[in-house]
Every structure is written in C-alpha cells, then in structure tokens.
Design a protein around this ligand. Structure first.
Ligand SMILES: Cc1ncc(C[n+]2csc(CCOP(=O)(O)OP(=O)(O)O)c2C)c(N)n1
Ligand SMILES: [Mg+2]
Length: 341
C-alpha cells in the first residue's frame, strides 16, 4: 500500500473516533434517541477489512454500525443525520443508529437483532454465486452472536454451498457485560472447525493485520474456495451502549487495551517510521474534526421525515382509517414497495 493509501486508513480511523465522540456528546444532549452503540477501540476492524474489499462487495453487520457506514460509502453528514432521525439520513431517519445502510454501495446495514443478519448475508453470497456477479459478502458480527441458532444455520448453509462469504467475528470479548469465557464453552476457533471452515485468529488492534487477513480470505472467496471465518480480537472502550454503566469491566483492563490503541499504534509503528510527519497527521486530525462538526450542524438543521410519509415502507397497501395526530390519514393514491405514485 502506498503512502496515500496508508494515510487514508489513518484518516478513516480518526474519522470514526471523532464521529463516535461527537455522537456520545449529542446523545447526552438528547439530540439522538433510542440506543447508541459506539465503536471506539474497534476502528481498525472496519477500516482494515473494508480496505481489502471491492467497492461493490456486499457488507452486513450488527448494530455497532456507524463506522461501517462511514467506510462503505456514506458521508459523516448522512450517518449523523440518521442518528438524529432526520430525513437526510442514510435511511431517511427511519432506522436510526442501529440501522445505518447504503444499498447503492452494497452496504445492507446495521441489524438490531443479534445474529439475524447472518442468514441474510449467506443469502447474499449464495445469490452472487448463483448469478455469477463475482461479488463476495463480508458478514461482521459480535462474539455474542456466535451462540445464536442463526449462526449455526448460516455457517452450515454457507459451507454446504461453498458460498463466497467471510464470517468475521469482531471479538471485543464481551456480549453486553458477559465475558467470552462465561458466554461460550469452547474457543472460537472450534466453532469454525465444527463446520470444517478455514479460519484465522487476527489482531484487531492492528489495522494492517486485519487488512492482510481480509486479503487472504477475500481471495479464497473469489477463487471458489468457499467460506472463511475470522476471529478478530478487539476491544471496545465504552460500555455496551450509552445506556450501560459498564460496571463489569475493570478500569485496569480497559486501560491495558487502550495502550494498544489502533490509531496511535498505527501512527507510531507504521506511519512515522515510513516518513510521514507529525504535521501531516495533525492536519488530518483537524480535517476530520471539522468534518464531524459540520455533520452535527447539518444533522441538526435537517428536517424530520414528513408526516405523510410515516407509513411508507410499512404497508404494501394503504390501510383505511389510520389516524395521525387525531385526524384521519388519507394515504396518497396507491403504494407500491412503500412509494406513493
Ligand atoms: C436475539 C437477540 N437477543 C438479545 C438481544 C439483546 N442484545 C443486544 S446486544 C447483545 C449482546 C451482543 O454481543 P456481541 O454479539 O458480542 O456484540 P457487541 O455488542 O459486542 O458488538 C444482546 C444480548 C438482541 N438484540 N437480540
Ligand atoms: Mg462482543
């Protein structure tokens, strides 16, 4: 990877970090409703993985999805507006934090139900194989979702069909407050082994290690060698969500992981050694801060979704006698796939 490529990895990780810090702040100001799961500490995973994919490969992930949206083609403005529930957001403000998506760029979202996206991802991969599109699917998930029934159904099906898919566990070692040893009776590698699936353990605090692992397994998927499994060891700095007081983990443990911060370690171990200057990095830091400030202002100034679109994407056909604000809602002529026409 050339210098510009390396600097772009740094920029993307810093953008996610700044974006998440701003999201936390806006949540405490009640600008963002519902749940908010932040990605601080895990930046190297989405950034390194995405950098090894083609722009039109299919990507699906869980609700910890802001960073994924940012690396898969959505702007900071669009993602922040989605968090604010505004019409200018990635899904028009209908999904919120857990459902960032960008279908044009083959990013299918953000899923709030643990493990629910795994069979969908497998379906995308089998469809690509059947249609011969050459696309592969990256399905990211948390370590907790490897205990859900859909995990086993998806791996079983993917292996049976030799599907071009990568199952990537973002193993931040906790499912909410429950540590891995308490929620899983076997090591992660054995879960992949039970489906005879190629698997690797990856250092998720090292963006280049993630990128290199993804290059290897993406190549396997593209050359007909079927599904792969990556156990990417990472750590989240904040609680499970903004609603979590995070009492189960010790300060010492959190600080230990912060010493291996994916952004500062990439800067000192790779960038500075390759001749990048501190001034160049500071310029990037300032640019992403400005980008995030602008995104917050944009989101705050954006309109809420129009009331007469409230039932779009909900009913195929209009339902009679629905009421909004106490008065009868007259649906515009006919809906088809949620669009008035
Ligand atoms: C089917 C289902 N069961 C339970 C929940 C509640 N829940 C939300 S997140 C979560 C923990 C998931 O942990 P993990 O898969 O490790 O993801 P992480 O939050 O660490 O990224 C649980 C149990 C849910 N959303 N869906
Ligand atoms: Mg987890």
């Amino acid at each position: 990877m050339d210098k510009d490529g390396l600097l772009n990895l740094y920029r993307q990780m810093q953008l996610i970090r700044a974006f998440e810090d701003a999201s936390a702040q806006q949540y405490t100001r009640a600008k963002i409703g519902g749940f908010l799961h932040l990605y601080n500490g895990q930046e190297a995973v989405a950034v390194g993985a995405s950098s090894a994919l083609n722009p039109d490969d299919d990507v699906v992930c869980n609700y910890r999805d802001h960073g994924w949206g940012l690396v898969r083609g959505s702007t900071a403005r669009e993602v922040m507006a989605e968090l604010f529930g505004r019409a200018t957001g990635t899904t028009g403000g209908r999904g919120g934090s857990m459902h960032v998506a960008n279908v044009k760029h083959h990013f299918w979202g953000g899923y709030g139900i643990v493990g629910a996206h795994l069979p969908l991802a497998t379906g995308l991969a089998v469809a690509a194989q059947y249609l011969g599109t050459g696309r592969i699917t990256l399905c990211s998930m948390g370590d907790g979702s490897t205990n859900i029934g859909t995990f086993h159904a998806a791996l079983n099906w993917a292996k049976l069909w030799n599907a071009p898919i990568i199952f990537m566990v973002e193993n931040n070692q906790y499912a909410m407050g429950t540590p891995y040893e308490i929620h899983s009776p076997v090591p992660m590698s054995r879960k992949a082994a039970s489906y005879d699936m190629y698997s690797e353990d990856v250092d998720g605090m090292d963006v280049m290690a993630v990128r290199e692992a993804l290059c290897r397994v993406a190549d396997r998927a593209r050359t007909g060698q079927g599904p792969s499994f990556l156990n990417v060891i990472t750590y989240r700095y904040r609680g499970h969500s903004m609603a979590d007081p995070d009492v189960q983990r010790s300060k010492e443990e959190i600080n230990l992981w912060k010493q291996r911060d994916p952004i500062t370690s990439f800067a000192s171990n790779v960038l500075l050694k390759k001749g990048v200057t501190t001034a160049e990095l500071e310029a990037i830091d300032a640019a992403v801060e400005a980008e995030v400030d602008d995104a917050v202002k944009f989101a705050d100034a954006s309109p809420e979704p129009a009331r007469d679109t409230l039932f779009n994407y909900v009913y195929q056909q209009p339902v009679e006698n629905m009421q909004i604000d106490g008065s009868l809602f007259k649906p515009p002529t006919l809906y088809r796939n949620g669009h008035a026409r």
